[in-house]
Design a protein around this ligand. Structure first.
Ligand code: THU
Length: 134
């Protein structure tokens, strides 16, 4: 469980990083902020490319930043999109699912409207590899 101030800080971080989204094709900016078990916050925004498949979602940018800093266990992620709360896409759900029991805050672009889920609610049955070595 997060405190109210942890939750608000996470949503604010997602709103702030959203400004940097590089989205000349969709014009749909997304910001994400991921809270590690150790209390650190990692952010990411989406970026697109003329070769459309080369773009990456905000959540996976945040996840890559966190993993690159040695973090592999998370407690929550805030995602903010446009005029209504934005839930993570299917690929991002699968990407996050092996890194903990994560709470997902879906927010609008200014972090005012927020809906809350667990990642398990959003992805009840996920793909898992038979053997996982740390
Ligand atoms: N996008 C995200 O960043 N996260 C999601 O979970 C859904 C979609 C981005 C990808 C693309 O740059 C834009 O939103 C429109 O699909």
């Amino acid at each position: 469980m997060l405190t109210n101030s942890q939750k608000n800080e996470l949503i604010r971080a997602a709103v702030e990083v959203r400004d940097w989204a590089y989205v000349p094709y969709s014009r749909f900016k997304v910001g994400a902020a991921l809270l590690s078990k150790t209390g650190r916050v990692f952010t990411g925004c989406n970026f697109e490319n003329a070769s459309f498949g080369a773009g990456v979602c905000a959540e996976r940018v945040a996840l890559g930043n966190a993993i690159s800093a040695g973090e592999t266990e998370f407690v929550a992620i805030a995602v903010c999109g446009d005029d209504k709360p934005t839930p993570p896409c299917g690929i991002c759900r699968q990407s996050l699912v092996e890194f903990g029991e994560i709470i997902v805050y879906c927010a609008d672009s200014i972090g005012e409207k927020v809906t809350e889920f667990t990642l398990r609610e959003l992805l009840p049955v996920s793909f898992e590899f038979a053997s996982k070595n740390p």
